[in-house]
Design a protein around this ligand. Structure first.
Ligand code: FPP
Length: 256
């Protein structure tokens, strides 16, 4: 079966030089600011400039899906004023950027548990999603109050509600359609800036066979050259999806 949505544990997804889907943990904003004796929030502001640049790079290079971790379910543990600043930045960005996103044929959506956000923010999100819903150049998913475990538990509950009679016989295929990124190919490349090497409860299910790229570069410094380096590293990976190198060399990586 030749499908861009093929599950990495059920089949062999397509392998291209340009990743179809990039997922990014944008880490290091606070440290970027501290190094300059600025408040941490100044780093988040600069981080938003990097978001704009990376979105453009993805469109230019033909990446079809970009998923950014903007606010995790654990980020509520931060100081209240930083949380509040991030919410305002998010709201402002949605308001200011949606026109430009739409003009550039970019579909925006927000994934995560929105129930903790105030109603004005939820309305702004829904309206931006509705306005850009038909766009096809890039799907930009912003993970906000998102957690990989939340996503899975949420999907399990939805699956149980949708086919309760299957008790004890559920498969991956039953669960997968209920996950947040069900309509996207699994990420080919996961990038984490800021020097840490962990997933931090990002896309736990979806990262099953994703290539990981960690860089010390702080998110506000992540520029075109840093992006090119990540893509270059990805291109050099041998994506075996459980098979051996010999099988790949023998040409057994054909799609079925
Ligand atoms: C992690 O850096 C970054 C965040 C928790 C927030 C990311 C937000 C943005 C880049 C701006 C808003 C984005 C959108 C899409 C509207 P950190 O604060 O953990 O940095 P540190 O590790 O240096 O402290």
């Amino acid at each position: 079966m030749l499908s861009r949505l093929i599950s990495s544990t059920r089949g062999i997804p397509e392998r291209n030089d340009v990743p179809a889907h990039i997922a990014i943990v944008m880490d290091g904003n606070g440290r970027w600011a501290r190094k300059r004796l600025l408040p941490r929030v100044a780093g988040h502001k600069r981080g938003l400039d990097t978001v704009r640049k990376v979105v453009k790079l993805c469109v230019d290079q033909g990446v079809s899906h970009l998923t950014l971790f903007a606010f995790s379910s654990e980020n509520w543990r931060r100081p209240a004023d930083e949380v509040s600043f991030l919410m305002q930045l998010f709201m402002q960005a949605l308001r200011e950027e949606v026109k430009k996103l739409h003009k550039n044929n970019i579909r925006l959506r927000v994934i995560g548990d929105l129930s903790r956000f105030d109603s004005e923010l939820i309305e702004t999100i829904r309206s931006a999603e509705a306005q850009t819903g038909g766009n096809t150049a890039l799907t930009l998913s912003i993970a906000a109050n998102y957690g990989g475990r939340w996503d899975i538990v949420n999907a399990v509950n939805a699956m149980l509600a949708s086919c309760p009679e299957k008790r004890g016989a559920y498969t991956e295929e039953d669960l997968a359609p209920h996950l947040c990124l069900a309509d996207a190919p699994e990420p080919d490349l996961y990038i984490r800036t800021g020097g840490e090497q962990r997933i931090s409860n990002f896309l736990l299910w979806q990262l099953a066979y994703t290539e990981f790229y960690f860089t010390d570069c702080l998110w506000p410094d992540f520029d075109e050259a840093a992006f090119a380096q990540a893509i270059d590293s990805y291109r050099k990976r041998e994506r075996r999806f459980g098979r051996t190198s010999e099988q790949l060399a023998g040409g057994s990586d054909k799609q079925d």
